[in-house]
Design a protein around this ligand. Structure first.
Ligand code: NAD
Length: 290
């Protein structure tokens, strides 16, 4: 396939490289990041898009996505599909889908889970919103870049699934960290704590797979001085998106709201920026009840 790839950063770069390795022709555009080997370089986003059958975007936020979509959609071929893999707010995902539909183009919102490791190894999970026809066209590319693609529903459904998942992740990571800090103060050995909880009803991905306590459980960023992994500021971004969506859908999400406030304090005032999101554990270790 002829593919345009716009946004070649930490995630987009390796995703584009995997498409090239699978035999696709990829033309890329990024404001700063150089294209990986084998990816052609266009001088504008519109120039990258004009001959592509599928235009993939992997950008920092919804505002930038809207700007890029405004530039790219008029330049696209008539039967081409726009597929956004960034994590953005549900309203921007729907607005971009509407822009594409106005030109008679198919589009998908297809955010990912799996981080830079998943992007590099081609093991991402895609959560996809949009029409069936576009999903079928892009599915072979999802199969190259990832291990699973779930078609969640209409436009916006992929972003909805992503932020609900990450709201659960943020909340369970905080609960796991505060429970470890409590266990410490109660004199409980961390290994015993892990042994019990990881096989009891308190288990979760945060505890079992990504344990925030160094030296306990499988290898995780805690074992590498909390170098990300999944940076605390990216967790904050996703929690804020969950609260923006909860506002617009009038959903009561008290735990999501509190998790968002705790990660905001951690990132903006407590040195959490640039650290893994599981570094909430040393934060709780230092604190007392008052
Ligand atoms: P990044 O900052 O490394 O890459 C974004 C790229 O977009 C940059 O290279 C930037 O130059 C480029 N860009 C910005 N504006 C542009 C424009 N107008 N035209 C062309 N290029 C432009 O970020 P990333 O880590 O690759 O994340 C990309 C998206 O994936 C984000 O929405 C993020 O939330 C999501 N995501 C990231 C991870 C992760 O672990 N890094 C995991 C899941 C999802």
């Amino acid at each position: 396939m002829k593919i345009a790839f716009i946004g070649l950063g930490n995630m987009g770069g390796p995703m584009a490289a995997n498409l090239v390795a699978a035999g696709h022709k990829v033309i890329g555009f990024d404001l700063t990041a150089p294209p990986p080997e084998g990816v052609g370089q266009a001088t504008t986003a519109a120039a990258a898009a004009q001959e592509a059958e599928v235009v993939i975007t992997m950008l920092p936020n919804g505002q930038i996505l809207r700007e890029v979509a405004k530039e790219v959609i008029p330049a696209m071929q008539e039967d081409a599909v726009l597929c956004d893999c960034s994590t953005v707010d549900v309203d921007s995902a729907k607005a971009v889908a509407a822009m594409a539909a106005d030109r008679g183009l198919g589009s998908l919102d297809a955010p990912v889970s799996g981080g830079v490791g998943g992007a590099t190894n081609g093991t991402l999970t895609f959560m996809v919103g949009g029409d069936d026809k576009s999903f079928e066209i892009v599915k072979p590319l999802f199969d190259v870049m990832g291990q699973k693609a779930v078609h969640c529903g209409e436009a916006g459904a992929g972003q909805s699934a992503k932020i609900c998942n990450n709201m659960i992740l943020g909340v369970t990571m905080i609960a796991t960290c505060e429970a470890f800090a409590l266990a410490d103060k109660l004199g409980l050995d961390r290994e015993k704590m892990f042994d019990v909880v990881s096989t009891s009803s308190g288990q979760s991905w945060s505890m079992n797979t990504y344990c925030p306590a160094p030296g306990v459980g499988p290898q995780s960023p805690a074992d590498n001085d909390y170098k990300p992994g999944f940076a605390a500021e990216l967790m904050l971004k996703d929690l804020r998106l969950s609260q923006q969506a909860a506002e617009s859908a009038d959903a009561d999400t008290p735990m999501g709201k509190l998790a968002s406030a705790l990660y905001a304090a951690f990132v903006e005032a407590e040195g959490g920026k640039g650290r893994d999101f599981s570094a909430m554990l040393p934060r709780f270790e230092k604190r007392s009840r008052s």
